[in-house]
Design a protein around this ligand. Sequence first.
Ligand SMILES: Nc1ncnc2c1ncn2[C@@H]1O[C@H](COP(=O)(O)OP(=O)(O)O)[C@@H](O)[C@H]1O
Ligand SMILES: [Mg+2]
Length: 262
Amino acid sequence: MSVGTAAELTVEGLTIRFGGLTAVDNVSFEVRAGEVLSLIGPNGAGKTTAFNAITGYIEPAGGEIRYRGTRLTGLEPNAIAALGVVRTFQKTSVFASQTVHDNVAIGLHLRSRQRPLAILAGLPSVAREEAELAREAAEILRFVGLEARGQDLAASLPYGELRLLEVAIALAARPKLLLLDEPVSGMNPVETESFMKLLSRIRTEGITVLLVEHDMKMVMGVSDRIVCLNQGRVIAGGTPAEIRGDREVIRAYLGEKFVHRA
Ligand SMILES: Nc1ncnc2c1ncn2[C@@H]1O[C@H](COP(=O)(O)OP(=O)(O)O)[C@@H](O)[C@H]1O
Ligand SMILES: [Mg+2]
């Protein structure tokens, strides 16, 4: 999948306040079709708050968010997800007492077009659809590398695999733009490495990715472009190489992460 220059998501002058605090302050950036764009910055910079506004969980005080020309501002989270703008939810989206397979099947069901009446009537098309959902769920589990875990209870998964299940549930919603908020936090280096491979498979599927992540090896490795926030404001944007060498970014954020050897 090649990266175009067409803006898929446009964030313009986004401003979000909590009482007297301006958590996101006149932030503008765009995510282009097919790219991985990372939002980085110190804790409290406003990254998660921006995600919450894009996915409809927070009403901004100002600015506009458009997805392929459609205004997202003011839409409910469900309506935004139905347009293909989907985020992962840490743990809260996982039904612990259900199997891994059923968690994904439930996710598929939520976006299935089957009419409730047909389900009640037990029409043959419903049975066909059930079989189709099971097949699709298995395919998604294979895609994220959880195929061996399908019949295990979600509650029994180790941490790294639970995070993969969250991604599988998000994929069940058929995202066009997938938002990932610190997907590898708490993962060990081996899990992180395999997550990076999953991310490149996601990309190959033509899914655009907006990523918030503190792991700079991952960010520098997977991103086409990076936008850096500090105290609610954009302080820099550019390619990984540009961001790595940006004085302002080093001062506000990267300085503490990289030991510079001459
Ligand atoms: N629901 C909220 N109520 C009040 N303040 C909040 C709320 N959510 C976030 N904040 C504040 O907004 C700022 C940005 O937070 P956040 O977006 O979580 O930062 P990041 O994800 O970049 O670490 C922080 O100062 C945080 O304390
Ligand atoms: Mg955050």
